[in-house]
Structure formats: C-alpha cells, structure tokens
Design a protein around this ligand. Structure first.
Ligand code: NAG
Ligand code: NAG
Ligand code: NAG
Ligand code: NAG
Ligand code: NAG
Ligand code: NAG
Ligand code: NAG
Ligand code: NAG
Length: 485
C-alpha cells in the first residue's frame, strides 16, 4: 500500500525521474509538472495539474484501497474505505483521492470535507445497477416526498452532506450513470423509491464540480441543495433527449452559485433553478439566490435551456445568465409555477442568448400543476416580477412566446429588449400569446403582445453592473505526482 504526502512523493519521484530519458521537465510557478502517465518499473507515474478552490496535502489512489478498474469488480467498498481513511486529514491540509485510468464499477459513496475526488481523463465511474447498492435516504425536507414516489429516495452516486471545501474534478474523466434500467423502471411504474442523482451535495459550503463528463444519469445530474458558494465549471452532460428527468444542473435552495462553460444535451431542462415544493418548500423557506450562469450550450428538444421552477416554493431571486447558446430546444427561458407554490421568482436577468430551432423562445406558465399532495395552500400565490431578457437572436422558431400569468395575480415587471426572432417555415399564427402579465418591450420582433408596452427603440432592459460574490472566488493551480501500480 502506497500512501504518501504529495511532498514526500515528489522527492522520491524526482530521484527516479532524473534517470529517465523519456521525461520532459518544465517549471510552472516553482512546482514541477511533467507529461502524465510515464511508465517505469512496471508502474505509472501520474502527474497532474488542475485549478481548484484549494489544493490538498495528502493524496492516495483508489488502487491503494483495493480498487479494481476492470468494469465488473465492485469498488463501492474501496471508495468508502478510501474516503473514510482520507477524512482523517481534514484538519491536516486536506486530502485527495485519485481515480486512475480504468472502468470503476461502484455503488454510492459519501464525500468528506477538505477533500478532492480527481478522475484521470481515462477513468470512468460506472454506477452500479444493483439496487441493493443504493441506500434509501429521507426525502428532502423542502420537497416532503421523493420526486418519483412518495417516501424516501435512493441516495446519489456521489453524495455529501454538511461538508465544507469539496472538489470533484478531473481532466474530463467520466461518470456514467448507466441510467437505462432506471428509466425503464420509471416508465414501467416499477420504482420503489425516487431514482438516484449522479452528484448531490446537501448543506455544504464551498463546492467545486468541474471538468468531468457525466453520462446517462438515472435522473438529475448535478444537484447542489441547501448549499452555498458552489462552482460548476467545464462539465459535459450527455443523456438521450427522451430519457426521463435527466436535468443537467439543478441548483436548489442555494446561495452564491456559478455555473459556467458547460455543454448539456439532455432529456429535461439543461439548468433548472429550484427551491422546494409547495407547502414543504414554503415551510423550509430557503431560496435560491445569487446565481450566475454563463457560457452554457444546451440541446433539449423537449424541455428548457434554463428553467426557473417548477419547484420554487422557497423563492428564486437574483439570477444572471449570459452567453447562452441553445440548439433544437423546446424553450429558451421558462418560468414554471402554480397556485400553491407561494413565494417568488424575481430579479431575473438574461442577456446574450443565441438560439437555433426552438419551439418557443420565452415561456411562462402560472398553471404548471404537479403538486406533492393535496395539502397545498390555495392561497399561496407565487409572485413573479422583474424579469429581464435582452440582446438575443433566435432563428427557425415556431412561436415567440407563451406568457401566461395567474388569473388576478399577473406576472409583472417583464422587460424584453433587443430580441430578434426568425421564424420557421411553418410558424404559429399567433406568435405572442399573453395573459395575466404586465411589462415593457423595446426593439423586439416579431412585435410582442400589447401587454408588453412598446417603449420605442433603444430602451435596454436591466442587467446588474456589479458582480456577485461568487465571482470573487479564485481558483488556485494544484500539481501532484502519484505512482500507481
Ligand atoms: C478545466 O480544464 C481546462 C482545460 O484543460 C482548464 O483550463 C481549467 O483550468 C480547468 N478548470 C477547472 C475548474 O478544473
Ligand atoms: C489509512 O491511513 C493510515 C495513516 O493514518 C495508514 O497507516 C493506513 O494504512 C490507511 N489504511 C488503509 C486501509 O489504507
Ligand atoms: C452516506 O450518508 C447518508 C446520509 O447521511 C447515510 O444515510 C449513508 O449511510 C452514508 N453512506 C455510507 C456508505 O456511509
Ligand atoms: C446538517 O446541517 C443541517 C442544517 O444545519 C442540520 O439540520 C443537520 O442536522 C445536519 N446534519 C448532520 C448529519 O450533521
Ligand atoms: C469531454 O469529453 C466529452 C465526451 O467525450 C467530449 O464531448 C468533450 O468535448 C470533452 N471536453 C473537453 C473539454 O475535452
Ligand atoms: C443587441 O443584441 C446583440 C446580440 O444579439 C448585440 O450584439 C447588440 O450589441 C445589441 N444591441 C444593443 C443596442 O445593445
Ligand atoms: C427548423 O425547424 C424545424 C422544426 O420546426 C426543423 O424540422 C428543421 O430541421 C429546422 N431547420 C433547420 C435548417 O435547422
Ligand atoms: C393562448 O393561450 C391560451 C391558454 O392560456 C389558449 O387557451 C389559447 O388557445 C391560446 N391562443 C392561441 C391563439 O394560441
């Protein structure tokens, strides 16, 4: 068993590597880094470098804990043992678990604080399809029940709760949820509990999820919930466009989140901003706020590029999205809510969006329905206000917008400016179908509905100038050497 601090490791490896004619050495910021995966003495030296919220003093490989990357041996115990062992370093510089090249079949495992899970580019985690590998945990308090079934839910593949300073990253290594059996169970009504997500962090602070490819999640892909200071960057998410509820990234009752440089093809919303469901979400009372989404590319033929809701009962406030690219998607920005949800969706800002082949560009619905049970409060009317969309070009669009507020409780302060929508060969006759909304427009074509009062040209909708605190979070460069046999 090898178990070195990165410092001692570096010294040993330096001696070995001096004698190797194959190795190229170069200096970066005083830290050596080398071309990765050099073979010597039958082993492999992995040198790797990445950006992270913090670097770690201690590093171990999954193989140190008996991991076998053959695609058929279960590594659940290896992951659990490794992380349990590494958790002892939380107050001693933190630790990192390296997952080498290979196919690592595993059930769920829990992360720890001051910890990094690092996947080599040729490492694939394969989610176990054995239901016994999935602990059933309590429903989220803000949902009151599982999303698929009443009662509990299968724990996520990679799970963490009450953590601080957690990184899940790699050089585009893969996490494959092997979701098809779960999708079939969902379609056939055979689920005992709600399907697992791929990555869920609850009640956590300072979280980074970056540079990974997530495939075929059983359900949602990335779910930070009741968390703060979350960065999701450089993630590729792929799932069949007809797979059920394979949402990309769902910040849920989170404060100060940054989602950037992601590419998502999925069977549900690419990004769905949430905060709990009806009376459970209202009681829990935790909004999602201070969210930045930028440089997102989305393909979602049956869902939205960015959805707000439908579960929004803790409130959603101060969302800023920019540089968004949508291809072949059902709608660009969608607000989903209903009587019984309560709270609000307010101070939403989107600018710089290009769209090609869309059923709809904008969609707001106050009658989304979908209640957890019949105990929702019919007087809990959600307030939707100060919604700003500007600087967008769309082509091959079937319908510009469906904007439907709640009867006698209109959605207000809607502003749309500098938006050019090109239509498909067979567009809808009515391009803007509006009811129970109020707002303004400027430089929008085709011409919006009368409820969006035309302000004339060059009146731009708001987009806040000052940045959010999450943009002050700076990533460091971390470098490591690791010998694995
Ligand atoms: C992700 O990978 C890119 C390209 O290799 C790199 O520039 C960037 O620093 C990485 N970011 C994170 C947060 O891992
Ligand atoms: C866990 O870490 C300790 C160092 O505290 C080490 O001695 C031990 O071998 C490790 N255990 C396993 C199972 O690897
Ligand atoms: C992971 O954490 C959850 C929730 O705290 C717990 O129910 C589960 O048993 C833990 N799993 C392991 C393998 O420790
Ligand atoms: C996690 O934090 C929440 C909120 O602070 C708390 O209610 C819960 O008891 C904590 N859970 C654990 C396992 O510490
Ligand atoms: C990561 O891998 C996916 C899947 O192979 C690929 O589509 C994507 O382009 C890769 N991203 C980077 C940054 O290399
Ligand atoms: C209108 O939006 C386009 C992007 O779609 C942008 O390039 C242009 O600068 C905007 N015009 C104004 C006046 O802001
Ligand atoms: C335009 O949209 C229609 C669907 O409305 C689609 O069938 C067609 O392929 C799209 N055309 C182009 C050029 O993308
Ligand atoms: C507009 O939307 C309403 C639902 O709010 C629907 O009943 C009506 O048929 C739509 N009108 C058109 C012309 O599409």
């Amino acid at each position: 068993m090898e178990f070195w601090t990165s410092f001692r490791k570096k010294q040993v490896l330096d001696i070995i590597l001096v004698f190797s004619i194959f190795l190229v050495l170069f200096e970066t910021n005083g830290v050596e880094s080398r071309k990765q995966a050099k073979h010597y003495e039958g082993g492999v030296v992995n040198s790797f470098q990445y950006s992270a919220i913090s670097c770690r003093k201690h590093t171990a490989s999954l193989t140190d804990f008996g991991g076998v990357g053959d695609g058929t041996t279960s590594n659940t115990m290896a992951f659990q043992a490794a992380i349990s062992n590494l958790s002892q370093y939380a107050s001693d510089g933190g630790s990192q678990l390296f997952v080498p090249p290979g196919k690592w079949l595993t059930g769920s495992f829990n992360l720890t604080s001051h910890f990094t899970l690092y996947l080599h580019k040729d490492a694939t985690l394969l989610a176990s399809q054995d239901e016994n590998e999935w602990t059933v945990i309590e429903p989220l308090p803000s949902y009151g029940r599982g999303r698929d079934t009443q009662g509990g839910r299968y724990i996520s593949l990679i799970f963490g709760t009450n953590l601080t300073d957690v990184v899940i990253t790699g050089e585009n290594g893969t996490i494959d949820g092997q979701g098809e059996t779960w999708w079939n169970k969902f379609h056939n009504g055979e689920l005992k509990y709600t399907r697992p997500y791929l990555i869920e962090l609850m009640y956590s602070d300072t979280v980074q999820i970056s540079n990974l490819t997530l495939l075929n999640s059983p359900s949602w892909n990335i779910h930070p919930v009741y968390s703060s200071n979350v960065v999701v960057q450089g993630i590729t998410i792929l799932a069949p466009v007809k797979s059920p509820n394979t949402d990309g990234i769902n910040p849920d009752s989170c404060t100060n989140t940054r989602i950037e440089d992601c590419y998502i093809v999925s069977g549900d919303d690419c990004v769905a901003v949430k905060s709990g469901w009806d009376e459970y979400g209202i009681k829990f009372g935790m909004p999602t706020k201070q969210l930045v989404i930028r440089r997102l590319t989305c393909i979602s033929p049956f869902s939205a590029v960015i959805a707000l809701g439908s579960e929004m009962s803790g409130g959603i406030q101060d969302v800023r999205a920019e540089d968004i690219r949508a291809i072949d998607s059902e709608s660009g920005i969608r607000i989903k809510t209903a009587v019984g949800r309560g709270n609000y969706v307010k101070d939403i800002y989107v600018r710089g969006m290009t769209m090609d082949t869309m059923k709809m560009v904008f969609w707001m619905a106050g009658n989304y329905g979908s209640h957890p049970d019949n105990n929702y409060d019919p007087n809990a009317i959600p307030v939707i206000e100060n919604i700003n969309f500007r600087d967008m070009v769309a082509k091959n669009v079937t319908m510009a917008a469906r904007l439907e507020g709640i009867q006698d409780h209109p959605f207000t302060g809607i502003c749309i400016s500098n938006v050019t929508i090109g239509l498909t060969k067979k567009p809808k006759k009515v391009q803007w179908n509006c009811s129970e909304i109020a707002g303004v427009s400027s430089d929008v074509s085709p011409h919006p509905c009368g409820l969006l009062t035309d302000q004339g040209t060059e009146k731009a909708c708001n987009f806040p100038e000052e940045s959010l605190p999450i943009d002050n979070l700076v990533l460091q460069t971390c470098s490591y050497h690791l010998k694995c046999f």
